[in-house]
Design a protein around this ligand. Structure first.
Ligand SMILES: C[S@@+](CC[C@H](N)C(=O)[O-])C[C@H]1O[C@@H](n2cnc3c(N)ncnc32)[C@H](O)[C@@H]1O
Length: 238
């Protein structure tokens, strides 16, 4: 290992099945969906499917999202390869923050591809708008979502991606319902999270997720697991 810290990420892809509008969870009682628990330092004292939900990373943390070493640490180029964007796709970057990934998808964008970047914090959306302007591209738009709804048009999205976001959704079930509505039949949902399985990953426990937990939560919806990508490196090991 060299002196760079290991930030191993996991990328999990799901495909919306034909019955994308239906979910198994819709039959479950709403009151049993979330439970209260004493809040841990990084959590919100609310549990969903056996995990405590993390607090939202405030807009004040924007410089961390834009840190110079991020590309080297996270290898976004490999993430883009895994996403395999194609001409004509509509891509939703959900919880886009400052637009770090949004901007990097832009050069990969082929003719006709559109990116919609959404975030729940108005301050982040303002930063997003500025960062989109800096690319000089017109096929990217920033939108403000709400805490329980991504507010994207029905059946409009080919690929929805959340990078380091899902663990901090205060209403993961409701957000996923809104994502499911926004996906076209056969559309894809991609979760990118720091790996909870690796104790060496220097990220707070509630800010990481295990593959098993993501699959458990995603498979409540009409999503079929497509593949898990493990090509994003443990830094220093390559
Ligand atoms: C750790 S940041 C990651 C930002 C970006 N994806 C990146 O990797 O640079 C998490 C982002 O998710 C956003 N977020 C949290 N809850 C959200 C929700 N319910 N809907 C949309 N965005 C949300 C936060 O405002 C924050 O910008």
């Amino acid at each position: 290992m060299n002196s760079i810290q290991s930030l191993r990420l996991i990328v999990i892809l799901f495909i919306a099945s034909l019955a994308a509008g239906l979910t198994l969870a819709q039959t479950a009682g709403i009151s049993s969906r979330y439970t209260a628990s004493p809040a841990s330092p990084d959590g919100i004292g609310k549990r969903y499917m056996d995990r405590e939900i993390s607090g939202v990373m405030g807009w004040q943390g924007a410089p961390w999202l834009e840190r110079q070493e991020r590309e080297r640490e996270e290898r976004t180029d490999l993430l883009l390869k895994a996403l395999a964007l194609k001409p004509g796709m509509v891509v939703a970057d959900i919880g886009a923050g400052t637009g770090y990934l949004t901007r990097r998808m832009a050069p990969a964008v082929l003719p006709g591809v559109k990116i919609i970047a959404v975030d729940v914090q108005p301050e982040m959306v303002r930063m997003l708008e500025n960062s989109i302007k800096s690319t000089g591209q017109t096929h990217i738009e920033a939108r403000l979502s709400s805490v329980d709804d991504v507010k994207l048009p029905t059946s409009s999205v080919d690929l929805a991606v959340m990078v380091d976001v899902y663990h901090e959704l205060a209403f993961p079930y409701e957000v996923m319902i809104s994502v499911m509505k926004s996906l076209k039949p056969g559309g894809r949902m991609v979760f990118v999270e720091y790996k909870a399985e690796d104790p060496k990953v220097p990220i707070k426990p509630l800010h990481k997720m295990s593959e098993a937990q993501i699959r458990k939560e995603a498979e409540v919806f009409a999503l079929d697991w497509e593949r898990t990508v493990s090509t994003l490196p443990c830094l220093g090991s390559t």
